[in-house]
Write a protein that binds this ligand. Structure first.
Ligand code: NAI
Length: 540
């Protein structure tokens, strides 16, 4: 792209812009003389200036805005900064700050990014896709804004999520950024305060009926196949029922996945594999109870069941080990309000609307919160779990921070330091009776970028659950004995790029083994994949 661009247009094209790093020869040949200050800088000097400017921002939301403006002006420098210290930047670009960014998206909005398609665009979607300047789009992250983190329906404000998710494809797994496209599909919103906000940027109508949504989505999925060969659709933050419905409709027909269902399932299984190593137990012998039976709850339950089956259980035996509890109480066989995906987990049991009673009766060793309800794991809940096992696993996964079902401090204190704890966001280490306890961040950002890199590189035709299980195993296999001894469930975030590239190598190998690749198998999958990984350096 940079060869055709000149002058101001070149400076205003983020993907090609080098700013003050354009050499004198480039400035002469590209019509840039006089358009830049005289100094010619290396990217490291530009990086220093960005850090200074960032250091003056008082809050993470301000830092989020600054970084996204940096991305608007110089993509390479943005990734150079972000990839230099992922553990520091992930919470700014992603959970939890992205949640606050979405809440205020229409107010902090500066300039458009990605594509907006609305229910009024029926019959026009292919044309809209063709307006996108990059013709080789390889991954689309699409949301309806229907359930943004634990924050509910945020309508068009949900665009912050696909933007942030795709930035992590590059930052965490080195997927080249040019072929990544965030898409917001606007079906309206049922969020009254947004509809009444004069600065709201989405359609000012309540959500369209299901039938219209189905038709528009069919057209969208088909248009993507027609316009962008080999493009994978990553569905993100759709309402629970919609999430299952669309995954079931498209997963066997096109290359797609749902991160809330499959990515979350995979990272949880990765955490469970490591935790089983710490506790010297087998997953198939554990009982799991979920608070929350939506896309994340059922998605994780399905992935845990698949992992138990790999250890020798039958379908029924695996389902019998897993229980779910939602806003209407325990899922059991007399419940009439369940969707088909929940039914395998509705066992024979008396109805219950008391979580502590359900724990006392079911006796789970693992409690997983994906309910969107902050502090739902009360002292009585944690104490009930601590009565059942020596090392109860307490995963409080709802996002953002204040939606976590309990804090590490609560889980550790109420279990007398015995809990193995994880949350969707990163909490700091906690001191308890002279020991340092390390809460894990169980977030699907360890998984979906790696899956994305493998799919991108292999031009995979489908995304399967087996790939997510392989990603879970690969992630868990990278936790060292020493890290496990410290109670860590995942490899450190400081090394996230190397972790995810290693995971992607395993997933890509599986894609070749299953004949799902659209390119021929290279002799050395690892060397071939590493050569594809994006590096935030200016091209000569
Ligand atoms: P969802 O809206 O599909 O499901 C929410 C579930 O919680 C429903 O089953 C609902 O009945 C239940 N629930 C609501 N209030 C409840 C209450 N008072 N008591 C018991 N159950 C209650 O949402 P989804 O997609 O399943 O996500 C849930 C949460 O998980 C969100 O906060 C999301 O941010 C988080 N999540 C975290 C991920 C991570 O990587 N850590 C990944 C995906 C989701």
């Amino acid at each position: 792209m940079s060869r055709e661009l000149r002058g101001r247009e070149l400076l205003e094209t983020s993907a090609a812009n080098k700013g003050t790093a354009f050499t004198l020869a480039e400035r002469a040949s590209l019509g840039l003389e006089g358009l830049l200050p005289p100094a010619v800088e290396a990217i490291d000097q530009q990086h220093q200036r960005a850090l200074q400017q960032l250091g003056q921002k008082p809050t993470d939301l301000e830092r989020y805005i600054y970084l996204n403006q940096l991305l608007d002006s110089n993509e390479t420098l943005f990734y150079h900064v972000v990839m230099s210290d992922p553990a520091y930047y992930l919470p700014i670009l992603y959970d939890p700050t992205v949640g606050y960014a979405c809440l205020t998206f229409n107010h902090i909005y500066r300039r458009p990014r990605g594509l907006y398609i609305s229910i009024r665009d029926r019959g026009k979607i292919r044309g809209i896709l063709s307006n996108w300047p990059e013709k080789d789009v390889r991954v689309i992250c699409a949301t309806s804004g229907g359930r943004i983190l634990g924050l509910g329906d945020l309508g068009a404000n949900g665009m912050g999520i696909p933007i942030g998710k795709l930035q992590l494809y590059t930052a965490c797994a080195g997927v080249p950024p040019d072929g990544l496209l965030p898409v917001l599909i606007d079906f309206g919103t049922d969020n009254r305060s947004l509809l009444n906000d004069p600065l709201y940027l989405g359609l000012r109508q309540t959500r369209a009926p299901r039938e219209q949504v189905d038709q528009l989505l069919d057209e969208f999925v088909q248009a993507v196949q027609d316009e962008f060969k080999d493009c994978c659709i990553h569905f993100e933050d759709w309402r629970g029922v919609d999430a299952f419905h669309y995954l079931a409709s498209y997963r066997d027909r096109v290359c797609c996945f749902n991160d809330d269902i499959q990515g979350t399932g995979s990272i949880t299984v990765a955490g469970l594999y490591t935790a089983m190593g710490i506790a010297e137990k087998k997953l198939k012998d554990q009982r799991v109870l979920f608070l929350g039976a939506g896309s994340a709850g059922v998605g994780i339950a399905n992935m845990v069941a698949s992992a138990m089956k790999l250890e020798g259980l039958t379908d029924d035996q695996a389902h019998d080990q897993i229980w779910l509890y939602d806003i209407n109480g325990l899922l059991e066989s007399t419940r009439k309000d369940l969707i088909p995906e929940q039914e395998p987990y509705a066992h024979q049991h008396a109805p219950s609307r008391n979580l502590v009673e359900a724990i006392d009766s079911i006796k789970p060793n693992i409690l997983i919160g994906v309910s969107t309800v902050g502090r739902a794991f009360t002292q009585a809940v944690i104490e009930a779990m601590a009565k059942i096992s020596e090392r109860p696993l307490i995963f409080a996964l709802s996002n953002p921070t204040e939606k976590a079902e309990c804090t590490p401090e609560e889980a550790y204190t109420w279990s007398d330091g015995r809990a193995i704890y994880a949350a969707g966001v990163q909490f700091p280490p906690f001191q308890y009776k002279g020991r340092t306890l390390f809460p894990a961040q169980m977030n699907n950002f360890y998984i979906y970028p790696a899956i994305g890199l493998a799919v991108f590189a292999t031009h995979a035709r489908r995304v399967t659950d087996e790939m997510f299980i392989e990603a879970a195993k690969a992630t868990a296999d990278q936790v060292t004995d020493e890290q496990r001894e410290r109670g860590m469930l995942f490899p450190p975030q400081t090394n996230v790029l190397e972790t995810e590239v290693c995971t992607a190598i395993r997933v890509a190998t599986l894609i070749f083994d299953r004949n799902l690749a659209g390119v021929s198998r290279p002799k050395d999958v690892e060397a071939w994949l590493r050569a594809i990984v994006y590096k935030p350096q200016y091209s000569a």
